[in-house]
Write a protein that binds this ligand. Structure first.
Ligand code: TZP
Ligand code: MG
Length: 205
């Protein structure tokens, strides 16, 4: 199935567990989320494999892929659909070789220098950010703003999502900057109604 990056949900262990991790993700998918990334900086690999398996089961039949943040071993052992790597998460070529050609492989990119160094043939999509400052990620890079985002997208050899401080009201500007869609944590996770929060990203301005 072609990768649909229209609305990309990144989970957070506290925010998304508030109303149950699986329940929140399923509600968000009902609301239109097209990709789910399991992200947890503190869980053990085994805990994350268990979470990924439960999410994968909950997403069965939805057509929405499950992508694991950072942990190649978790992606391989859980039956997830792919892996999302940061700039410090190891070698993209090695990850592609381990995952095989059909897995989804994404990479976070913060600047043009990183963009010029990557191998597009090994990757499926990029994540550009942060667009705005956010308290959801510690020690994030300098925010790009929409102009910085548009400049990265214009130079990008791959489709991209944008991340960082994005709310439903920014969806149109994200697409106008050329990104396929927003990637969000707190605008959906931890909201009282994750389904409605996701749906709001598709509302006409
Ligand atoms: N990478 C760059 S910003 C960010 C990540 C994982 C966190 C985005 O969280 P939020 O709550 O959507 O601002
Ligand atoms: Mg990382």
């Amino acid at each position: 199935m072609p990768l649909d990056l229209s609305l990309y949900l990144v989970t957070d262990p506290e925010l998304c567990a508030r109303h149950g991790l699986v329940e929140t993700v399923v509600a968000a998918v009902r609301g239109g989320v097209t990709v789910v990334q399991l992200r947890d900086k503190h869980a053990s690999d085994d805990e994350m494999i268990d979470q990924a398996r439960r999410l994968k089961a909950a997403l069965a039949g939805s057509g929405v892929p499950l992508i694991v943040n950072d942990r190649l071993r978790v992606a391989l052992e859980s039956g997830a659909d792919g892996l999302h790597m940061g700039q410090d998460d190891g070698d993209v070529a090695a990850a592609r070789a381990a995952l095989g050609e059909h897995a989804i492989l994404g990479l976070s990119v913060q600047n043009h220098e990183q963009l010029s160094r990557l191998d597009p043939a090994a990757l499926d999509y990029l994540g550009f950010g942060p667009v705005f400052a956010t308290s959801t990620k510690r020690n994030h890079a300098t925010p790009l703003g929409f102009d910085g985002l548009a400049a990265l997208v214009a130079a990008s050899p791959l489709p991209a999502v944008a991340i960082g401080g994005l709310k439903a009201k920014h969806a149109a500007a994200v697409r106008a900057a050329g990104a396929k869609g927003p990637a969000v944590v707190s605008a959906i996770c931890g909201q009282p109604d994750a389904e409605a929060a996701a749906r709001a990203f598709f509302a006409k301005a």
